[in-house]
Design a protein around this ligand. Structure first.
Ligand SMILES: O=C(CO)COP(=O)(O)O
Length: 260
């Protein structure tokens, strides 16, 4: 049985003050998250500058884990604007989102770049949330499986079975991100089953059975339960619906009830 993992990707939203306000409402009041974090891993990924505020609001032993949205593949040095794995570790960051479609399309991240970052994350004991997904054009052109297989194979090259245990995969169809158009349950389940089969080809059925695969793209409380009830959907990577404490909490509740 795979434990569901629900992660909030805030993208370029919420500075330190808003982060603190959100977390005080979300996790600060006794009872709010009771029982939920035992049943699902809950992760919040604020922008870099808000990570210290998130740490201060949650403390290092919190059941809510903190993630970064990106990371350098280098340790230190002349890399203007970059942030290293060790800097994130110092802030008790536990996960790092890598290969998001916005990083791929807007900032030119290739499978090779993403692979280097995944390797660095594993080496540094940070858990990668490795994002993959096809554009509408690719899906309609019958290229869904080729695109996903290429992204998975490229991103995970050189990642051994031991490190793979720490990797979470997020399947995010690009056409569903921020559009309000969620993939149908069938489309999502089929893609997730395919992703799992690729992991089985690359590693083993045992590894594939253990890897958690999140769905991302217009997920909200109203559709989370149906998605999470699918056999190969193990959680969500949530953008818009994670920006407000109430809607994110509702989504986690729906996800937990579906996974029971
Ligand atoms: O990109 C996403 C999460 O990484 C999904 O964003 P939305 O939930 O806003 O569609």
């Amino acid at each position: 049985m795979r434990k569901p993992i629900i992660a909030a990707n805030w993208k370029m939203n919420k500075g330190p003050r808003e982060t603190e306000d959100f977390l005080n409402t979300f996790a600060g009041q006794p009872g709010k998250l009771d029982g939920l974090t035992g049943q699902a891993d809950v992760v919040i990924a604020p922008p870099f500058v808000s990570l210290p505020a998130a740490v201060a609001s949650l403390n290092s032993a919190s059941a809510v884990a903190i993630a970064a949205q990106n990371m350098s593949d280098q340790d230190s040095g002349a890399y203007t604007g970059e942030v290293s794995a060790m800097m994130l570790k110092e802030l008790y960051v536990r996960y790092v989102i890598l290969g998001h479609s916005e990083r791929r399309t807007l900032y030119g991240e290739t499978d090779a770049v993403i692979n280097a970052k995944i390797k660095k994350a594993c080496e540094s004991n940070l858990k990668p949330i490795f994002c993959i997904g096809e554009t509408l054009e690719e899906r309609e052109g019958g290229k869904l499986e080729t695109v996903l297989r290429t992204q998975i194979t490229g991103g995970l090259e050189g990642i051994d079975e031991k490190d793979m245990k720490e990797v979470v995969i997020a399947y995010e169809p690009v056409w569903a991100i921020g559009t309000g158009v969620v993939a149908t349950t069938e489309q999502a389940q089929d893609a997730h089953a395919f992703v799992r089969s690729v992991v089985a080809d690359l590693y083993s059925q045992e590894v594939a059975d253990k890897v958690r695969i999140q769905y991302g793209g217009s997920m909200k409380a109203a559709n989370a339960a149906e998605l999470l009830a699918q056999p190969d959907i193990d959680g969500g990577l949530v953008g818009g619906a994670s920006l407000e404490p109430g809607s994110f909490l509702d989504l986690i509740k729906a996800a937990v009830s579906a996974a029971e």
